[in-house]
Design a protein around this ligand. Sequence first.
Ligand SMILES: [Zn+2]
Length: 1063
Amino acid sequence: MNKPKMAAEKSASRVLMLLSQLERLNEDHKVSNNDAIRQITGKILHLLQTQEKTRKEVTSKGSGGMEVILSSLENTQDLQTTLNILAILNELLTVGGGRRTGVFVSKGGTAILLQMLVSSSKNPPANEELMLHIHTLLVKVGPKDRKFGVKSRLNGALNVTLNLVKHNLQNHKLLLPCLQVLRVYSSNLVNAVSLGKSGALEIMFEIIGPFSKKSTTLMKYVVSVLCVCSSGMNARRAVDRGYLPTLLSIYQDWHRHDTRHRHVVIRKSILACIKNLTNIKLGRKAFIDANGMRILYNTSTECLAVRTLDPLVNTSSLIMRKCFPKNRLPLPTIKSVFHHQLPHIAAGGPVAQLYNQPPGVDDVVDESDENEATEVDTENETEYEDDETEDLVTPRPDESPLELDSISISKRPEGTADHDLVCSLGRLVVDGGVNGGSVDGLQDEGGEQAVLEVPDTAALLPLHDPDLYLEMVKSTRSVPAYTEVAYPDYFGHVALNLREPILERVYGVQRMKIFQDIERLIHSSDILDKVVYDLDNQSCPVTDNGESLKFNSKFESGNLRKAIQVRKFEYDLILNSDINSNHYHQWFYFEVSNMRPGVRYRFNIINCEKSNSQFNYGMQVLMYSVQDAINGSPHWVRTGSDICYYKNHFSRSSIAAGGQKGKSYFTLTFTVTFQHKDDVCYFAYHYPYTYSMLKMHLQKLSALRTAQIYYRQDDLCETLGGNSCPLLTITAMPESSSNDHISQFRSRPVVFLSARVHPGETNSSWVMKGTLEFLMSCSPQAQSLRESYIFKIIPMLNPDGVINGNHRCSLSGEDLNRQWQSPNAELHPTIYHAKSLLQYLRATGRTPLVFCDYHGHSRKKNVFMYGCSIKETVWQTNANTSTCDLQEDLGYRTLPKLLSQMAPVFSLSSCSFVVERSKEATARVVVWREIGVQRSYTMESTLCGCDQGKYKGLQIGTSELEEMGAQFCLALLRLRRYTSPLELQNHNSHLLDTENDLIDTRGIPNITSTTTYVLEEDEAAFLEEVDYSAESNDENDPDLEPDLQDNLALLDPSSDSEFSQTE
Ligand SMILES: [Zn+2]
């Protein structure tokens, strides 16, 4: 047992002995030593090759072995000695992992090798064995040396290796390590360019070839060199040399012959080269010219069945999407179809810019290379693992036919004689609108009175009344002068008593949809391209009794601009821009009829603007079936399968993309199977809530008033479109006229609420409905809440936007929630008057205790709040907080905390209290800074659903939203208990002034926002500090002591002259 060990020790010490001999010989530089050195190195090599443990001995810490070996290498002029030492190094670095290589690099080994490579190339022919040894070592050392790229270039090694490759194309033994070294060189971008100039690509293309079982290793190395060398500036060179078609045919060849998928790595690398070349415009053109679309489409469809080939399919799909010829949207202009003449147009403002453009620059295809590559690469390509899908719209067996006779309700539009259901059912038309004229949707053309069987929603929906709704519609003024009424709004929506889970995404759905889109190019003869609905063209739709679906959006809150039948059961849909704007669309609401039941229809909304959407994370669209409503199920229902949201090939003009070039639109695609024949269905982005609906609800609510409830509805102002903006005041009547009761009444703090400044965020209206219903209810808690506060509520800050189907803006083409700093009385009347009311409250010592603006969030789940905190804003900007002893009242946190305890949809972890510069003109920030409301919030409700709490995994419905509105009230009631009486009296802004001073002395750098163009959510987490140094709050606080008369005047602001004062 002892013998082997003894031998090992003996040999190990022998190696050390040899090393110290070598060291001595190195020191006295005598030529006569050459033979001895050659012998010693030969012996060391032999020991290393035969005794594994000696390697450890040589490289162990403190042995100095590596230094001795390297200095011998540097000093020797003898070829055999050099070869011996290189072989020693190869032995040492082959095992032992990174540590030994690390030692080698740290002792300067890389440079010695590179210098040796260059110097030995100067006396050609270079010794092949030497070159082989050096390159084999470089392959090992290169990736471990962070400066390898620079060292190799500065030593002039790049071309030495390249030349070796060039002259040894048949010598695979030498070729392979050289190719590997080239690959390492060119991972440095400068080296890659330099190698490109020296002809690296041309040499690679001499080696690369069709499929062959023999040279797969060689191919792997060649393609990997090509891959790194074909990016950036070299792409142009490669395309000019005509290499793209070559790569395509090589790819095809490997695809055809690699039937057992053993060389997916090579195939993927070839695709990666193609991808690099198509990053430039010329490359994309060459790809199309070389029939690349069809080649990659065909190869990919053949790969679809094999899951391990997914990387090939994904890269192919990426290339095809990139090369898909860019089109502009099929529209005469991207400006809104509707135009509203403004009272005045601010010079240089968005509307002036929009309408002063020369006609040619409206929507141009911009094939700029900018951003393109990175944009495609960073796109969300995630696919979920689930293979199961469930179509939620499978036909029900107990389908009952619709009795057409009983529901014909209105006169037909003139000239329509066909018998589709819309006509049989009758369009719900309100004549005359606000201009008087007899209104009746209930008269048939022939004068016969027809009876409509209205589903009994009124019994289920206490605040709904179809007749009252029609009555309200009459006084609603829309820019297109709508006369039709959408059935869902007329019948009403009863919340579905059914769980609607967030959809799990089907694996590969996006890929499948993209392939279907690509087929439009490949099988262009299948494409119908038939325009079936077009607001830009009044003579459309042409009634041809064909099989096409019929569309309609000409009703309050409707939004659909154009529908194009692409294939038999597939439609491209285009949304209308917000009025007086050329973008901002996202909201949709339209009617579909003439459908075939049991057929899968694919709908694509092709001009979406946001880069991602909750439609990628389980959100479905909403559908309302009139047949179902008549049959007793008047519900908006989450529907659609194969839903996904992805970038498409329609290019977005930089004019509509905030000046950014090379942007594309996004497609929202969903598939629906209709259940009934002759149905009329409606689709919407979210549960619709029209302005007329609000008016109806308010009228119903006012009827709930009791002797204890003070309820008052005023017109805050008239909007640009000529509609009134309701302002509500709700509180409890003083119990008596006794001093105590009057005093209590006077001391009630004000709570100021608003909603729906953004028309597309209909969820905020449903939350507001829940709040209002709670406030008007007769429960003891509601009474107690009314006794605690005076509520000032503006339930719809943007009626015009809501009525006209806008998503974001008002008729001025501007986002009203960016106008709070200096609202214009003419252009932003609702904001102007809301702010004036707040200023009035402040001036009369009634600064609200709470301000909350209800919004909807399109990219996040749950409900949450944004508040305002100096302290957190300072932290976020990395100011030195240890020297910044802000004494901030943390009262702003109480309400969100209470909500998270009480409301199941509310998520505290999603809340943020940072004040971003991009948000400085929002209601939340202005009310906090200028009015001095410490508890100033934006409350964001998800459009999708919840990922926590009681409703985790479910999509949100109107009952959850309304519940949230009621819970908000309960939280306010609890807040009353948490708030000290002192604060209630003195919650004015002295604290904030101190904070302002503090901020000034901190000297936070003023970072001005470079983008004023806001397409992101209202409140996306975009951290940018606000600089207060330019602010001065010179408003006086008159500290008035209002008497009861003033209190009553407060409840009726329009009667007060101060209210209408300008800033
Ligand atoms: Zn919003």
